[in-house]
Design a protein around this ligand. Structure first.
Ligand SMILES: NC(=O)C1=CN([C@@H]2O[C@H](COP(=O)(O)OP(=O)(O)OC[C@H]3O[C@@H](n4cnc5c(N)ncnc54)[C@H](O)[C@@H]3O)[C@@H](O)[C@H]2O)C=CC1
Ligand SMILES: O=C(O)[C@H]1O[C@H](OP(=O)(O)OP(=O)(O)OC[C@H]2O[C@@H](n3ccc(=O)[nH]c3=O)[C@H](O)[C@@H]2O)[C@H](O)[C@@H](O)[C@@H]1O
Length: 445
């Protein structure tokens, strides 16, 4: 099939590359000309394991091309995938300006029947809105379908080739057949729904996963007070197939380009129909507060943080990505500098994106985890990169001013910590923490 993809962010690029790899002819379109030039040169603008090799291979085979010319891409395609961004507006609602603009551009470029398949995450009713925008600009026939995307950054290729399910929201038999055929090599588990249900499945899925994370984070906070270990609690819960073990890792809360934005948007979607989504509001509030436990633990260990030097390991919102959108590190570093600390920050791949994400004063950007740790009063691990898991803690302890380690992702084992003199704080594992009392007598408890 001939496919064109509008938007070459994570979703557009990964789906375009994967559909090309399945033998389709794919044209990826982006209005950002510099991005298109990079892609044509075989450069991937995001860090995603395996993506570049697959992209270069399919481009060389002539199945994958890049353009900023929407009409050219639309006219050649039977299926047009909409994968533009839907960021948050200040009130939490999804900003549909890119979707609306792309719909207008598609309509004006159409030269015959097209299937417009929306992969962007959009509020319930948006695909009907897209349909009405296009219908107002062309009399040519077309169908609009909602096919939400469930890939995760960092494992996007494998998630795309091996999805748990494909959801196709459509009221058209032709679309049902065409899109089932398109996805048949990827999944046996294809659910056909009406358009509104497909749109809701996406928000409900992300909101549920966010709920699991906030739930386990609250359990972790209680574990710290009652002397239980949240990792064992999560394991014990996860063996119950009704609960499942995924997304029960306690930490510093979820970040990323989707959970924060999609939970806010779902609260707004509910609010627009006068439904107060109390549970999801709590999930969001718990998440916002969870990252500040890192600061509280630092204060417990060091007392007044003013004048202290704090090392940060990990800036990306999760490992295997250079994405820092809504990364917990943004607020943690912001708060530390506000409290008068000097921050020494290091991430294996997200340094550049992070530096561009704000105006950071009193932050020293380090080129290695050891240089960040050197001469610091405490070390905070915020992203569970493999590199940090393998760190030689005995050496790290020696080069620091004071041996304080705040492990925001429960990366280190009791055995590894026992070989050091670190004052170790993790999340919901009080029995592993070596000390719970302050180092200094003036410390706030
Ligand atoms: N990032 C992720 O892992 C996932 C994202 N999603 C959803 O997919 C959508 C896209 O997200 P990302 O891939 O992160 O997007 P992104 O925001 O990183 O990139 C979107 C791209 O679309 C381009 N664009 C905007 N308007 C355009 C137009 N009219 N014509 C051509 N190009 C245009 C922009 O220049 C940009 O390169 C969002 O709705 C998001 O919620 C869904 C699942 C996973
Ligand atoms: O809509 C989206 O964009 C995507 O959002 C998430 O994917 P992603 O944000 O890439 O990454 P996740 O692996 O879900 O992690 C999100 C955040 O939750 C945190 N997390 C995750 C799992 C966990 O147990 N604990 C936890 O704190 C991670 O550290 C990270 O900050 C969903 O997992 C995808 O299914 C969805 O397609």
């Amino acid at each position: 099939m001939n496919i064109s993809v509008i938007g070459t962010g994570y979703v557009g690029l990964v789906s375009g590359v994967c559909f090309a790899d399945l033998g389709h002819k794919v044209t990826c379109v982006d209005k950002d000309i510099q991005k298109v030039m990079k892609l044509r040169n075989g450069e991937v603008p995001i860090y995603e394991p395996g993506l570049q090799e697959l992209m270069v291979k399919n481009a060389a085979a002539g199945r994958l091309s890049f353009t900023h010319d929407v009409p050219e891409a639309v006219q050649d395609a039977e299926i047009i995938i909409l994968a533009v961004g839907t960021p948050s507006l200040p009130n939490g609602e999804a900003n549909l300006q890119y979707i609306e603009q792309a719909a207008r551009e598609i309509a004006l470029a159409m030269n015959g029947y097209k299937i417009i398949m929306t992969k962007s995450t959009v509020p319930v009713g948006t695909n009907e809105h897209i349909r009405s925008i296009i219908a107002s600009l062309t009399e040519l026939p077309f169908d609009v379908a909602s096919v939400p995307e469930f890939l995760r950054e960092g494992s996007a290729i494998s998630d795309t080739f091996h999805p748990d399910r494909i959801v196709i929201g459509t009221d058209s038999e032709t679309v049902k057949e065409k899109l089932t055929e398109l996805h048949s090599k990827l999944a046996n588990n294809i659910l056909i729904t009406d358009v509104r249900s497909a749109e809701m499945i996406k928000y409900a899925s992300n909101a549920f996963l966010a709920t699991k994370i906030s739930f386990i984070n609250e359990i972790a906070n209680i574990c710290e007070k009652v002397g239980a270990d949240v990792t064992l609690v999560a394991r014990g819960m996860g063996y119950d197939r009704r609960i499942g073990s995924a997304f029960l890792s306690a930490g510093i809360g979820y970040g990323g380009s989707c959970f924060p934005k999609d939970t806010d948007a779902l609260i707004q979607i509910a609010g627009n129909v006068e439904y107060d989504f109390k549970l999801l509001k709590s999930v969001v509030n718990v998440n916002k507060d969870q990252r500040f436990n890192v600061i509280r633990k630092l204060q417990e260990a060091l007392g007044d943080l003013s004048g202290k030097t704090i090392a940060i390991w990990g800036l990306a919102f999760k490992p295997n990505t250079d994405d820092v959108r809504y990364a917990p590190a943004i607020e943690i570093i912001g708060e530390l500098t506000r409290l008068g600390c000097t921050v020494k920050a290091y991430d294996p791949v997200a340094m550049e994106n992070f530096r561009k994400s704000g105006n950071y004063e009193n932050v020293i950007w380090c080129d290695a985890m050891t240089s960040a740790a050197a001469d610091s009063d405490a070390l905070c691990l915020l992203t569970e990169w493999d590199e940090f898991k393998k760190a030689d803690l005995a050496y790290i302890e020696k080069i620091m001013n004071q041996p304080v380690l705040i492990d925001g992702r429960n990366v280190f084992t009791k055995d590894k910590i026992a070989l050091t003199n670190f004052h170790y704080y993790s999340v919901g594992r009080p029995n592993i923490n070596q000390v719970s009392q302050a180092i200094y007598s003036d410390a706030a408890v």
